[in-house]
Design a protein around this ligand. Structure first.
Ligand code: ATP
Length: 240
């Protein structure tokens, strides 16, 4: 993996996505400060220098983007396990938010570019809150989690630990798909057995009890009409 570190940028995902088709090797781009971090569906991810770890990893997969539907969940598992290995207990909120004490500690955004040889470059963006300045929490406007314990670690050591866990997970995913992660995801499921709403652009599409994920990473819901499997797409999940 080529490693690049920049003092400041808008979005590491935007930067790597723009260059993805010209990359020769998997590339890690770490920004000490990121000012226009992105979430899913045009939402933003806020971070502050010294308070957050923000980076993106570009990796070339074989086949079409369709094959990568379960990748965000697989990497959620890897990120949660890596953080847990440092002594910080976390859970997963479907599809791939890492929660600590019920609030969001880290987010993952995966964007893809189709390569000319039929493969797909995935740019995997991760934002992890280490500390949270009061002013930033107010701007986010909801409960957020931090990991002061990780904030005390050397950033390079933390980054190396995360990178090696992510690389192993990516290789497992390439070899066996999401199937290899399903049980691990379900063990970390934060809202198992809870009543949830599936929301799309402010509208509740579905309601039910969250059971866990299936072999392709869809959320299984027990609804009044029976069991349904929800594709992540751009929908959001809320406790009812
Ligand atoms: P939601 O969390 O609303 O269900 P999502 O899981 O799709 O949506 P993402 O796209 O992963 O959310 O992240 C963007 C959202 O995360 C923002 O809309 C904001 O509410 C929240 N957010 C932004 N910055 C941070 C941060 N540093 N820590 C925790 N949450 C943040």
């Amino acid at each position: 993996v080529d490693v690049e570190v920049v003092a400041h940028t808008g979005s590491t995902n935007a930067d790597l996505l723009a260059r993805a088709l010209d990359l020769a090797r998997p590339t890690l781009l770490v920004a000490l400060h990121q000012s226009a971090g992105r979430g899913r569906a045009g939402r933003s991810w806020l971070s502050a220098a010294d308070a957050s770890l923000t980076f993106s990893l570009a990796w070339k997969f074989s086949g079409s983007p369709q094959r990568l539907l379960g990748l965000p969940l697989a990497l959620g598992v890897a990120l949660a396990e890596a953080v847990a290995a440092q002594g910080v207990p976390v859970r997963l909120k479907w599809p791939n938010d890492v929660l600590k004490d019920g609030a969001k500690l880290a987010g993952i955004l995966i964007e893809t570019r189709r390569a000319t040889d039929g493969g797909t470059w995935a740019v995997i963006g991760i934002g992890l809150n280490l500390l949270m300045p009061e002013e930033m929490e107010q701007r986010i406007g909801r409960a957020v989690a931090t990991a002061p314990w990780l904030a005390r670690m050397e950033r390079d050591v933390l980054m190396a630990a995360l990178l090696s866990t992510l690389a192993i997970a990516i290789e497992q995913f390439e070899a066996a798909g999401f199937g290899a992660f399903r049980e691990r995801w379900n063990r970390l499921h934060a809202w198992r057995g809870q009543q949830v709403d599936i929301i799309d652009a402010g509208t509740v599409l579905q309601q039910g009890v969250a059971l866990g994920v299936d072999d392709s990473g869809r959320l299984l819901l027990d609804t009044v009409d029976g069991r349904v499997a929800v594709l992540s797409g751009d929908v959001s999940l809320r406790l009812t």
